[in-house]
Design a protein around this ligand. Structure first.
Ligand code: NCD
Length: 318
């Protein structure tokens, strides 16, 4: 995707991690890492973005992404507005752009957008004024770039030698923006062994996820994996007839302690949440010693602070 970078190579919009330069990804991750603190300690705060305004415009439900974008902006001194967008009156096309123009007139500098329809963040980015940045907080099944960055940060904290590890992404790959953004960032950072594990109906089209090995057996996909990334079944992106039966799914694809034992003994377990305990993951695994699921949430604020600082840096310097 072109148009995310300014002529000087800095980041203006963040819509996808696909084709983002490795050096830029590394810079964002290093900055995010410098902002991570152990729980119990105060997170870093600054006034670097004082006078800037960030608007959250979510037309799909969100807990972690929305709260962490808000906290990230506030911890940098920015003002935040959260728009209550009615899920029933889906905002798109003209009306979405009118909302955006209104926010622009109110001196909003960054728009954080989550939408179930493909292309919305890109359309907004193509229509905003030159000083406004658009950050995708999840676009349909296509991209969730800040999630990809926080996933990469979490992996790196535990497995610094990314070129040598095997990552198994398990579950509803077909409908997952999390899996797509994860693949983009893992590839950029040199991960060689990425496996996708899913029942045939939840596998992506053959032309997607090029270079990944495909496993319909969880056991074969988990073998000696260093990282196991579990995904939620995206019910909202499926017709009723496509929905797998929860018990049968758990029997074949649920991550239980016994199955996790097939991965490496020091493997980490990830999940972007929300989790369906007892469907894709057993509580004993989600809350167990190999789980880094709560670290992912903590890392999410640091990543979003890094991204907001990057896109609004030119403002704070002015
Ligand atoms: C994910 C999303 O919205 O794509 N959640 C998140 O942002 N952490 C994953 C999901 O909904 O399953």
């Amino acid at each position: 995707m072109s148009g995310q970078l300014r002529p000087d190579g800095s980041l203006r919009h963040l819509l996808t991690l696909e084709d983002l330069p490795r050096a830029l990804i590394e810079r964002l991750l290093e900055r995010a890492q410098s902002l991570v603190r152990p729980l119990g300690e105060r997170p870093p705060v600054s006034r670097a973005l004082a006078g800037c305004t960030v608007a959250n415009l979510f037309t799909e439900p969100s807990t972690r992404t929305r709260v962490s974008f808000e906290l990230a902006a506030k911890r940098l001194g920015a003002d935040v507005v959260n728009l209550e967008v009615q899920l029933s009156s889906r905002v798109k096309g003209e009306s979405m752009l009118d909302t955006v123009y209104t926010l622009q007139s109110l001196h909003v500098d960054a728009l954080v957008i989550r939408d179930a329809e493909m292309g919305v963040p890109g359309t907004v980015a193509a229509n905003v004024a030159a000083h406004v940045s658009v950050l995708s907080a999840g676009e349909a099944h296509v991209a969730h770039p800040t999630q990809g960055l926080l996933d990469a940060l979490t992996v790196r904290q535990h497995k610094p030698n990314l070129e040598a590890i095997a990552i198994a992404i398990v579950g509803d790959i077909r409908h997952s923006r999390v899996a797509r953004s994860a693949l983009h960032v893992f590839r950029a950072l040199g991960v060689r062994d990425v496996r996708i594990v899913a029942p045939p109906v939840l596998m992506p089209e053959p032309q997607e996820f090029a270079g990944c090995s495909r496993h319909t057996s969880l056991e074969s996909g988990l073998k000696d994996a260093d990282v196991v990334m579990m995904l939620r079944i995206q019910k909202e992106r499926m017709a009723q007839a496509e929905l797998p039966d929860a018990d049968r799914y758990y029997a074949s694809y649920g991550l239980t302690p016994e199955r996790l034992a097939l991965a490496r003994p020091d493997a980490i377990v990830m999940h972007p949440q929300p989790m369906n305990r007892g469907i894709e993951i057993a509580s004993a695994v989600a809350d167990g010693p190999q789980s880094v699921i709560r670290d992912q949430v903590r890392n999410g604020v640091a990543v979003r602070m890094a991204v907001l600082s990057e896109v609004l840096a030119w403002r704070s310097a002015a």
